[in-house]
Design a protein around this ligand. Sequence first.
Ligand SMILES: Cc1cc2nc3c(=O)[nH]c(=O)nc-3n(C[C@H](O)[C@H](O)[C@H](O)COP(=O)(O)OP(=O)(O)OC[C@H]3O[C@@H](n4cnc5c(N)ncnc54)[C@H](O)[C@@H]3O)c2cc1C
Length: 471
Amino acid sequence: MNAPVVGQPGGTAGLRRLHWNPWVDCPGGAAKGTDVSQVTSTVRGPRASLLDTETPTGDQQAEVIVVGAGPAGSATATFLARYGVDVVLLDKARFPRDKICGDGLTPRSVRMLARLGIDTSPEAGWHHLKGLRVYGGRVGQLDMEWPVLKDFPNYGLVCPRIVLDDLLAGNAVEAGAKLYTGVRVTEPVIDATGHVKGVKDATGRVWSAPVVVAADGNSARLAVNAGRSHDTRAPMGVAVRAYYESPKHDMEWIESWLELRDGTDLLPGYGWAFPTGAGTVNVGLGMLNSSAAFGNTDYRELQRRWLASTPPEWGFTEVNRVTEIRGAALPMCLNRQPLYADGLLLVGDAAGMISPFNGEGIDYAMEAGQYAATAIVDAKSRGFGTSGAELALNNYGVVVKEAWGSHYRLGKAFVKLIGNPRIMHLCVHYGLSNRRLMILVNKLLANLTDRHDGDVYDKIINSLEKLAPSG
Ligand SMILES: Cc1cc2nc3c(=O)[nH]c(=O)nc-3n(C[C@H](O)[C@H](O)[C@H](O)COP(=O)(O)OP(=O)(O)OC[C@H]3O[C@@H](n4cnc5c(N)ncnc54)[C@H](O)[C@@H]3O)c2cc1C
């Protein structure tokens, strides 16, 4: 028998709980019949897929509508619900759903998962990773543990997105957000003054709210329909990945290959192998648009060629490949702005928040969710629609740029540099053999420094970021 609908604001209105057990085992962790059905996970936690979402009929109203229940949307909704805001979270997909990704969670992401209230202990089924192993150059292999810092934990994780996103959306519901899946948002509802007052879905239903959050990923349809185009000068990446059954599934490192070649030229990108800890490894490669090869490369073929050169005992073979090789774009460096205007706030890939240094976007999506929720709750306290509330909402963009603006600016310079095959060669060939330099690079790429009172590496990186040229 189904449990009754809980209809309190901040509860789970609209959701019929099926077998609600917030800490379910999910040995399969994947939808049957999808190409990820053989990708398993031992991670436990709340699951949106165990909730039967009953989408209400007729037009709806809330204090905030969040479009997209990926890491950005689910984090935003979780924090908003915790702050007591009446928030509706919409997604066109039904969970569990796949998302093309490397599934890598650096200590930045681990910190955010903790802030979201997710238990990432081994007891909750998480496979802890102690650092980054890099292959390339003269040294062949270099192991670097995650740094010990005041601001971040010193372990990483890998979680297939079919599991992670289900868990994050389930966590938002547990916090009190109202999640409705299978709802495809088609356009913003804009009033005569140009202010976004809600969204319309594919059935014509209107979801109204004084604040709308676009967290719909790299397509950024909502922002595009509201007239926000992207900055074509900002760096962009493309990446492909597939899962492979491999004995490396339970290694304690995430691995990177820095020597991806187009003929003899080194490409500005890297290959990765991220172990899920449950039988498979997420293997893929990504590349930046700063090289001539960017638009002319067959990435699936590049992946096959690269993997054919890896040791056979690792198992990255066509026979062991359990999913298709699929790719997607990586929007970077806040390529879509303004982050807030006219009632519409952008978070995650919709705003192009991926780091150009390592292609990491999950963390930035979740962190932005916290910044967005803080700005919205400040606006609520001043009264939505007032000039004070607009000031608070505008502050979201200020806070995001203060947090990462210099990192992205330095990243833009980095992307230009490594787009030159000769500089890429120098970095890989000579850089990797200098251990001190690599400790610095590791911290820089993953954006892992103590902001205050850090060690000498942190001071160098924080100063470099301050000096980064604008534009
Ligand atoms: C190949 C690849 C590898 C990557 N590897 C990593 C990695 O290892 N680590 C890392 O940190 N980052 C990685 N990234 C980046 C990361 O995947 C993204 O930055 C991250 O998913 C952004 O989260 P998001 O919530 O903004 O968007 P998404 O995760 O894309 O979520 C958007 C949600 O919006 C929903 N949606 C879209 N349109 C609509 C609509 N019209 N109506 C309703 N709902 C809608 C979608 O169904 C989806 O659930 C990788 C990216 C790629 C392409």
